[in-house]
Design a protein around this ligand. Structure first.
Ligand code: C5P
Length: 304
């Protein structure tokens, strides 16, 4: 039996380029791994079966659409294993469909867990390629830390980072569909008359001020540089997020943004005590279902 712990992510910068012919958008995506995470346990089984525990277990799909099951099958196929046997249990803490790459995290964790259970010793580079096949955010969950994702987010370059940053995540009722949020981003751009295709929208670049803030461990400077091009789209689809963002800011957060495609909202705090206070204020505000204080960066998927 192998248990793998895997982090959630927040995008401290999510620069979204134009819509490409393949249906994806080119990104300048600065991923940041946080301690709020899932655990995936692989044990011997017949076929690929899934169970899930945790507060949101009831809304996690347990069929072959789950990225953990797809990861197990993809790894088996890569090694020519015709009849893979594994039971995967997901202990879920990452909000479901929340913009924190929880499904992607479980896919990455399942790759690592099955690789160990089946004693395959797959090279890290190969695991990264399989991860990119599973989804744009899966490779980062293997790598962790802080990294720049180019292309659709799967081409990763680790970034230097100093110290620990303290975060609060406000969890919304219900999720948002990532493709729907990207479509809304395109629609808002068309409405503004700027065009949404990759010939109209410049390919985004990482913000030098944001990279410097990470390298220097400067939370105030990072808070000022937080940027998410999907935020207007997420707020357009879920207007109540504006009140959540305001509540965390009024409670003393240094900075606030929607996490990825949302609807989870992320708040950067000065230190662990400030994060705990912001989380308490958000829980009391009535603008979210719950709020978690956590920290990062932390490493990617690894056996415990
Ligand atoms: O790669 P993944 O399966 O996570 O992507 C889900 C959806 O999100 C894609 O089908 C696409 O609609 C959207 N997406 C995008 N551009 C990206 C990543 C995802 O448009 N860079």
């Amino acid at each position: 039996m192998i248990t793998v712990r895997v982090p959630a992510k927040v995008n401290v910068q999510l620069g979204v380029g134009g819509l490409r012919a393949d249906g994806f958008h080119d990104l300048a995506n600065v991923f940041f791994a946080v301690a709020l995470g899932d655990e995936v346990t692989a044990s011997a089984g017949e076929g690929v079966t899934l169970t899930c525990s945790g507060p949101d277990a009831a809304v996690v799909p347990l069929d072959d659409s789950n990225l953990a099951a797809r990861a197990a099958r993809l790894l088996a196929a890569h090694h020519g294993i015709a009849d893979p046997g594994v039971h995967l249990h997901i202990d879920k803490a990452i909000p479901v469909a929340g913009g924190m790459a929880g499904g992607s995290a479980d896919g990455a964790a399942a790759l690592v867990a099955c690789d160990a259970l089946w004693q395959l010793d797959t090279p890290h580079e190969t695991l990264l390629e399989l991860a990119a096949e599973l989804g744009s955010d899966v490779p980062f969950a293997l790598v962790g830390g802080v990294a720049l994702g180019r292309g659709r987010g799967e081409i990763l370059e680790p970034l230097p980072v100093e110290g620990t940053f303290h975060w609060v995540f406000a969890v919304a009722d219900g999720g948002l569909s990532t493709p729907a949020v990207f479509r809304e981003c395109d629609r808002l751009r068309e409405e503004a008359g700027t065009g949404s295709g990759d010939t109209d929208v410049a390919t985004p670049d990482p913000d030098p001020a944001l990279l410097a803030a990470l390298a220097e461990g400067d939370a105030v400077a990072l808070a000022a540089a937080l940027a998410n091009d999907l935020q207007p789209a997420a707020v357009s689809l879920r207007p109540s997020l504006a009140a959540t963002l305001r509540a965390g800011t009024e409670a003393g957060a240094l900075g606030a943004l929607v996490s990825g495609s949302g609807p989870t909202c992320a708040f950067l705090a000065k230190d662990a005590d400030a994060a705990a206070a912001v989380a308490r204020a958000l829980r009391a505000s009535g603008t979210c279902r719950t709020a978690h204080a956590t920290y990062g960066p932390v490493p990617g998927a690894a056996a415990v």
